[in-house]
Each structure stands twice: as C-alpha cells, then as structure tokens.
Design a protein around this ligand. Structure first.
Ligand code: UDX
Ligand code: UDX
Length: 434
C-alpha cells in the first residue's frame, strides 16, 4: 500500500516513519523546502528518541520518501493523512487555515478514489468541513472517504506509543474506508490492540475528551497540593494512595508546576471554545485551565517570597527548560514563564537543559547557558528544578550545595526527599509536601 502524509511536524513525521517501519510505502510532504532537504538526508528537525534510526533505515530501504510536491504524493497514495499544524488563535479556537489549504490541494490533484484521514487534532466537525471543501474543489466527481484517526503520541515516547498504542480510534462513514484503515494498521491488529470504530464526530471528540481529562487529573492533584501545604499534609502520599484505587489509577497524578506542551494547553482551550459555540458549559475543563495557571503563578511567587520580594541581582539557576523530559519542545513550558517573571524582577538567570537550550536561546539570548547542572549551581542563590530529566534525579547534591552562594532549592517536580535536603543544609521547597 502507498500512503501520503502531509505535514512533517512532530505528528506527521512520526506517523510517516512508523508506517514505513510497518512495511507501507510512505511519501511525506511538506511545503517547507529546507525541512524536506534535510529530511532527505535523514536529519530530523527535533529531538525524539529512536526516530532518526527509523527514518534513516526506511529511507535506505526506499519505503520512505520526502517531497514538497503534494501532487505526486496524492497521485501515488490510496490513503492521505493530513498532519499539518492547527495552532491556537487568540481566542483559543484552533486555526484550520492549513488544514483547509491542504484539503484543496488534495482535491485538485485527485484522479481516483482516496481515503483522506485527519491525524491533526481538529475541532469536532472538521471531517465534514473537509468533505465539503474536497467536493467543491474536485474537477469532476471522484469517490472519496473522510476518516478521523486521532493520534495519542506523547513526546519523548512517540515511537513506542505508535507501535504499542493503548487503542486505535477510527471514525469513518463507509465500510470500505474502515477496511482500508484496518489493513493499514494490520500489524497492530495482529498484536490485539483494541480498535474503536465509530463515526467521524465521535472520533474527533475522543481526542479532545482524552487530553482534557488528563489535564483535569493534573490540575486536580495540583490544587490538592496547595491544600496539602496549607494543612501540612504530603501530596505524594495522597496521590499514591488515591492511585492505588483501581477506579482512579496512578498515572497523571504527579503534582508539579503544571502541564505544558503543544497539546494539553491548546486542546483544553479548543474544547471549551467548541462547547461555547454550541451553548454547552464545560465548567470542569475551564477550572482545570485556570488551576494550571494558578499553580504556575503560586510556585513562581514561592521563589519571590523566599527572597522577601527582593530578587533583584540574585542568581537563580534553572534545571530543565523543556515542558517535560526527553524532548526539546518548549511550547508552553513552565520554565519559560518562570524565567520571564524572574527577569522582569531583575534576577540573573543561569540555565541548563540536556536538549532544549538551543530553542530557548531564540527567546532569551542574554541569559547564561551552562554545560551541566553543576556549573548552574556555581554561585547561585537558588536552584529551581523545573523539568524532571533523569540526569537531575541523581545529582551529587553535596557538591551542588558547596557550589552555591546561598541555599535555596525549589523542587517543582518533587524529585528529592524534603528531609534529606534539609539535613544537607538546604532551604527546600517542594510542591505540596512541606
Ligand atoms: C500539529 C498540531 O499542532 C497538533 O494539534 C496536531 O495534533 C498534529 O499536528 P505538529 O506535528 O507538532 O502538531 O505541527 P507542526 O510542527 O506545526 O508541523 C506542521 C508541518 O506541516 C510543518 O512542517 C509545516 O511546514 C507543514 N505544513 C503546514 C504543510 O506542509 N502545508 C501546509 O499547508 C501547512
Ligand atoms: C499529550 C498526551 O499525553 C498525548 O496522548 C497526546 O497525543 C498529546 O498530548 P504530551 O504533550 O507529549 O502528550 O505530554 P504528556 O506526557 O501528556 O505531559 C503533558 C504535561 O503534563 C507535561 O507538561 C507534564 O510535565 C505534565 N504532567 C504530566 C504533570 O504535571 N503531571 C503528571 O502526572 C503528568
């Protein structure tokens, strides 16, 4: 089978590479020439464990190719995935300009039956919108089907998530399209991955409902963390005991500085917007968005309060810049908010991250970039652990302490043991566990 994937961003590239690994012939299309030139040489524009190997191997075996020519890709493919960005507009709704553009291009170049699949997270109703656009732009009547096939990839473990998903969701209107999609996913079908086959609108909603629920779970435990601090309870133990209840489960119950990334913040806002347009109140999700912002602000205030509101000229070291470990993605990363806030109050900022420093340099060219966590700690008044990279879990804490000018440690992912840190002479600030 031949397929095309339009958009070689995070989602498109992982999807294209993994289908090629399944033995499918894949053409990845992007309008960005420079990106395509690099991809042809196996150069990946972002950091994702395992992806480069898969891309290089499948390029070599000629199952994967890259082009800027959407016409050629459409011609060869039976299934065309749309995986272009759907960035948020100012009001929180998703910008579908790119999706519309691609749908028109597909229509103009179609000569026979195609299955057109949305992989990008698109608002409920987009499938039908694409159908209309394609109908309108076809030169003569050609049969086609629209499918919604949302992705649930997590950055940092995207390959594993694609190869061993919890489920595959397919929303379609015709038996033929469902059969083709099942055929495409046959390797997963054989692994007994659960398939949820439904209509297009339901499938579109599943993605938003899933991400919004995950966001709500995080905000729930973050609000509880504030209460823990007020009453002297320990949020890690509360979360652990809650998670042992099989109806709740332990995942996504880690209190911290709040959720970031390219999906949770954007998808929660977009779902609220979709509901508003339909006159439906989604109070819980709105509250989860608000709680996320409050948690971030509350923890930033913790740093400033610890310096009696006078942080001017203090040296603050930041450990971790990406929105979570194992990625160089800094979209909606709490670290960016922290740095901006502290710079506004005239603090000096030193940072280290194993992967995301190049991206942050574009936003903050003038802060100090260090080569490892120990140089961040040199002469620092305070350290703030923002992203729980593995290499920050086992730091030589005594060495860190000796390097520092003052002794404040803000552990915004609850990586270290409060008692031990205090014994070592730190003024330690965790989340919901003092
Ligand atoms: C995007 C969305 O942000 C996310 O909500 C959705 O679930 C999946 O798609 P991502 O893959 O990270 O995620 O997007 P982005 O990094 O913006 O990549 C989009 C790519 O499509 C870019 O390389 C862009 O050049 C390309 N593109 C965009 C086209 O090829 N044609 C277009 O018309 C528009
Ligand atoms: C998410 C979804 O998990 C994935 O299914 C979807 O396809 C895309 O969006 P991703 O954004 O890569 O994936 O990251 P995820 O692992 O979900 O983490 C999101 C954010 O929540 C991170 O900022 C993380 O630090 C935070 N988080 C997660 C917590 O604060 N506590 C937790 O317990 C879990």
């Amino acid at each position: 089978m031949h397929i095309a994937v339009v958009g070689t961003g995070y989602v498109g590239l992982v999807t294209g590479a993994c289908f090629a690994e399944f033995g499918v012939f894949v053409t990845c299309v992007d309008k960005d020439h420079e990106k395509i030139m690099k991809l042809k040489k196996g150069i990946i524009p972002f950091f994702e464990p395992g992806l480069e190997d898969i891309v290089k191997r499948n390029l070599k075996e000629k199952r994967l190719k890259f082009t800027t020519r959407i016409d050629e890709a459409v011609n060869e493919a039976l299934v065309i995935f749309i995986a272009v960005g759907t960035p948020p507009r100012g009001d929180g709704s998703a910008n579908l300009e790119y999706v519309e553009e691609v749908a028109k291009e597909i229509a103009k170049n179609m000569k026979n039956y195609k299955v057109i699949v949305t992989k990008s997270t698109v608002p409920v109703g987009t499938g039908f919108m694409i159908k209309e656009i394609i109908k309108k732009n076809l030169e003569k009547p050609i049969p086609f089907d629209i499918v919604s096939n949302p992705e649930f990839l997590r950055e940092g473990s995207a390959i594993e998530d694609f190869m061993r998903p919890n489920r595959v969701v397919i929303g379609a209107e015709s038996e033929q399209a469902i059969a083709i999609m099942k055929d495409l996913y046959r390797p997963l079908y054989l692994l007994e991955t659960p398939f949820v086959i439904t209509d297009i609108v339901t499938s579109e909603l599943i993605k938003y409902a899933t991400n919004s629920f995950l966001a709500t779970k995080i905000s729930f435990i973050n609000e509880i963390s504030a209460l823990c601090e007020a009453v002297g309870a320990d949020v890690n133990t509360v979360a652990k005991a809650m998670g042992l209840d099989g109806r709740i489960g332990p995942k996504f119950l880690h209190a911290g500085i709040g959720f970031g990334g390219s999906c949770l913040p954007k998808d929660t806002m977009a779902l609220v917007k979709i509901a508003e347009e339909k006159g439906v109140e989604l109070g819980i999700i709105k509250a989860a968005i608000e709680a996320n912002k409050r948690q971030r602000e509350r923890l930033i205030r913790k740093i400033i309060n610890a310096f009696d509101n006078n942080i001017e000229g203090k040296t603050i070291g930041i450990l971790g810049l990406s929105f979570k470990p194992n990625t160089d993605d800094i979209r909606e990363s709490p670290a960016i908010y922290i740095i901006q806030n502290l710079l506004d109050k005239k603090a000096l900022i030193k940072v280290y991250d194993p992967a995301a420093m190049e991206n942050v340099k574009k936003i903050f060219p003038d802060i100090i970039y260090c080569s490892d966590p120990y140089s961040v700690s040199e002469n620092a008044d305070a350290l703030v652990l923002v992203t729980e990279w593995n290499q920050f879990r086992n730091l030589d804490i005594e060495k860190i302490k000796n390097n520092m000018k003052d002794n404040l440690f803000f552990d915004f992912r609850n990586v270290y043991e409060p008692e031990k840190m205090k014994r070592l002479g730190f003024r330690y600030f965790g989340v919901g566990r003092n």
